[in-house]
Design a protein around this ligand. Sequence first.
Ligand SMILES: Cc1ncc(COP(=O)(O)O)c(C=O)c1O
Length: 377
Amino acid sequence: MRLKTRLIHGGIEGDPLTGAVSVPIYQVSTYKQEAIGKHKGYEYSRTGNPTRHALETYIAELEGGARGFAFASGMAALSSVLSLFNKGDHIIVGDDVYGGTYRVVARVFTRLGLEADFVDTGDLAAVERAIRPNTKAIIIESPTNPLLKVTDIAAIAQIARNKGVLLAVDNTFMTPYWQNPLDLGADIVYHSATKYLGGHSDVVAGLVVTKMNELGDELHFVQNAVGGILGPQDSWLLLRGMKTLGVRMEEHEANARAIADWLAERSDISRVLYPGLKSHPGHELNKKQARGFGAMISFDVGSASRAEEVLTKVKYFTLAESLGAVESLIGLPARMTHASIPPERRAELGITDGLIRISVGIEDVEDLIEDLAQALK
Ligand SMILES: Cc1ncc(COP(=O)(O)O)c(C=O)c1O
């Protein structure tokens, strides 16, 4: 089955009981047992729910892994992955990741005894140098957020495998439509499904897929023990949103390419970060490891005051946290998504006060360009 067909017919289709074409919403917490321990596969909805199970099967198939898991948010998904490790274990995390990822590692899990280093995962030697005897995992994003740096997933996977370390990849920006980290050697792939997978700014969710069954068993233990599961209504919303992932991602990307080209021509913008631009240092690598470039663009308008002006003048770009929705969104990482990173660290990384991040939606691209043009005037 090819990708676009798998998006429609993958996972569990409809309802065998009634013939309903869409998976029903099993709004239920518990299940009748014929005798103690004798049931139809479901006991209690924290442990398993048929609507959630359909979503979990679907994402596992799309990412090419053994097991899928749905959580109440991307952060709940990542926190469950981090809960696989023990006090005294060490992890390596990319230095240009979503601010909430930095926050949960630096301010929650390190408090519980996990050790962490934040490393530029574009520098393979630096990743190798950071590995210690107690290192258990490497966590990366590619492209990164908000600087859109491309990391060589297969090369990091090789380093991880040689050292017996797990590799987890946040695939939120690319989605399984463009990139499959498990095929490149990762052990775990996870998503803020709130973004492109949901696609309509109406659901907060997280998904994880493990390459192997054994790791899936460990993660199911955590999911059931900690309980940060996705409810049946939201599971259904995601199932519905994901059916159109292919057509949406094609439109998002076509618009993003046009906007990036247009921004790159302007003399009043100092940096345009988009892996789809030939001038982007990660362009060729991204082409090698993914089928597309996504639709996230960051660009620097020079100062915080100009950035603020642009953000207030745009009409079609909604000033909002988040990304990956059908409507175009705009934000200022330094003040919004990445505000939890200390200012000195942001400066070191290049997340300047004038750096605007846009998530290009699927509106008519001419309207989007006209909107940016009037806001930049
Ligand atoms: C790349 C990335 N990973 C993870 C998250 C966290 O996901 P959620 O907001 O669904 O908890 C986000 C949220 O913006 C994100 O952008």
